[in-house]
Design a protein around this ligand. Structure first.
Ligand SMILES: [Zn+2]
Ligand SMILES: [Zn+2]
Length: 208
């Protein structure tokens, strides 16, 4: 399943905003209520707390809702801003706007990168691609279940992800990197777009 997420990232050098502990990933799709809405509050540590249900514009402990998001699996979300301190890519959003993977979502000096958490899944080849050759083995994609590269490019056979090393299984997805984006495929969840190391605080000094 592919989930829309917010990944807490560091601010630009000089703002003093740093990530204190580990990677904080807020899975928006998992926090939707029945209408597909997620309400976001700030938690006590300065992270984002998704409120799962209820029409209230306050959390149980009285914190105001900063934003509401409408999202579906793996697709961009609609953002309803409830705070004048919210920004998307440095610009205060209108009352309703889109939140797309790759956008930087900010509240004051806190920042989150909008990403899709992509988990590989074996699925039948799309009918219009069933006769096309697999880029690794050359056999028709329709011969076995397939998986698309997270870049949205080619499909590869992924016959049996539970036996990744079985030489008899057509697990072409795991056997070669994507010819389009050069990603080395694994069965682990992948963040798309891949967060730049500077956003994760691994190297805080921007070269000039
Ligand atoms: Zn193949
Ligand atoms: Zn790719």
């Amino acid at each position: 399943m592919n989930q829309l997420c917010l990944l807490q990232v560091v601010g630009a050098v000089g703002t003093g905003a740093r990530q204190e502990s580990g990677v904080s990933l807020v899975r928006l799709s998992a926090a939707r209520d029945g209408a597909g809405t997620v309400r976001l509050c700030m938690d006590a540590d300065g992270g984002l707390l998704p409120l799962v249900a209820g029409e209230s514009l306050k959390s149980a402990d009285g914190k105001p809702v900063l934003a509401e998001l409408k999202c579906h699996d793996g697709s961009p979300g609609w953002l309803v801003s409830r705070s004048s301190l919210l920004a998307v890519n440095g610009i205060r959003p209108l009352w309703l706007g889109r939140l797309e993977p790759g956008d930087l979502f900010s509240y004051g000096s806190r920042h989150w990168l909008v990403v899709i958490e992509w988990t590989p899944e074996a699925q039948p080849a799309p009918p219009h691609l069933a006769e096309r050759p697999c880029p690794v083995c050359g056999a028709a994609l329709g011969l076995a279940p397939t998986c698309q590269c997270p870049c949205g490019g080619p499909y590869f056979h992924l016959e049996n992800p539970t036996a990744p090393d079985d030489p008899k299984a057509l697990n072409c997805y795991l056997r070669a990197p994507c010819g389009s984006c050069h990603l080395e495929h694994t069965l682990e969840p992948t963040l798309v777009p891949e967060p730049h190391e500077k956003l994760l605080g691994q190297e805080l000094a921007w070269s000039t």
